[in-house]
Design a protein around this ligand. Sequence first.
Ligand SMILES: Cc1cc2nc3c(=O)[nH]c(=O)nc-3n(C[C@H](O)[C@H](O)[C@H](O)COP(=O)(O)OP(=O)(O)OC[C@H]3O[C@@H](n4cnc5c(N)ncnc54)[C@H](O)[C@@H]3O)c2cc1C
Length: 389
Amino acid sequence: MTDMTATVLVVGGGPAGMAVAISLRQRGVSVLVLDRRPSRDTSTSRALMIHARTLEVLEELNVTEALLASGRRASSFAFRDASKVLLRLPFNNLPTAYPFMLIVPQWRTEQVLEERLHAVGGEVRYGWTFTGLRQAPGHVDIDVLDPDGGPHVIRAQLVVGADGGKSAVRTAAGIAFVRSDYVGEFLLADVDMISDLDGGEIHNFLSPEGMMVIETLPDGKKRIITTDSPTAAAPPTRDELEHLVHMRATTSARIDAVAWVSRYQVGHGLAASYRRGRVLLAGDAAHVHSPAGGQGMNTGIQDAVMLAALASSALEGSLTALDEYERHRRPVAAAVIRFSDLFTRLVTVRTGAGRHLRNFGLAVIGRVPMLQREIALRMSELVVPPGRS
Ligand SMILES: Cc1cc2nc3c(=O)[nH]c(=O)nc-3n(C[C@H](O)[C@H](O)[C@H](O)COP(=O)(O)OP(=O)(O)OC[C@H]3O[C@@H](n4cnc5c(N)ncnc54)[C@H](O)[C@@H]3O)c2cc1C
């Protein structure tokens, strides 16, 4: 028995799901967004960087101004060997209205998107869990559990799986996804730290003990991302973190407090297809990759905005309008995966010879402005190389 209907059902109220929903609402399409979380989480920050291309795309959703007001602008990205800069990538000369990387914690980006979703008459329904689906000619029946665990069936014309890297929608639609993980975990911490590091630059220290990225959050805290010891068990203490910063980055730093620590496994994977019948994938459900270069959320938001435009045409005409989505966005994800994979392997090289070769290569690029610009254009997603999927 069907007890609810929606023109489009979006599973997942993360950045990708909300961006699809806002764009659909702006086009007058009725959309229901479900998320199994009991409420939005504002205690963790995850993705930090919003790139120029995403800010351009988000203009269409009327959220760019609010994000700019919430963020801190970083105008360069530097690779360092201790205090020596091997390569500095400038972002302040990119051909865009947003020549910088905008640093905004993901919870704040989600808050801005959710406020906009409300403004266009939509909402995320929390505590609702997708469990399965059945496709039929003209519609999809979707099984969900409400916040009390009660089963319901929702009938929709299209379903968007924006339910993250372990997407249940992807599995239910029978879309293959092969993931491979890098060895070891990454450690991520937001801390109150006093140091002489420039807050307008993102610092990537390539130490023999492991790489460490340090960037400055809008509230002045520092985000530390570093390779973790495979044997580490408990979250590191303030003293242990400070020791890691001294060993891998800068001895001038003093950590006063640790606001948040998390460990995560990094890997990459790409869905074999972005659509099966009336079911589509967006964001991490379609592609996951290393956060090196900060591109996961950015790519997902850009997927979402294109998907919404095509879905709205398909609802008025034929589903074939949706073919353009995979044709255009899957090669983009494949290119992002290749780029972030190369980036991850380079910054995590540990052998003496490998490090020497890498540092030499970075120093050479440091003398060729054209190459620096090419890398900055790719990171900002203003240019995506022609993809092989
Ligand atoms: C620790 C960490 C650090 C990261 N750092 C960066 C970074 O620096 N830069 C970067 O670009 N990316 C980073 N990422 C990745 C980034 O967070 C993701 O790319 C981004 O969140 C993807 O957005 P999304 O909307 O596709 O999926 P998600 O944000 O994962 O949202 C999916 C939503 O679906 C919901 N959901 C899942 N299953 C169901 C179900 N069965 N029913 C209903 N709802 C469901 C979940 O509750 C969730 O809210 C990081 C990720 C982690 C974990």
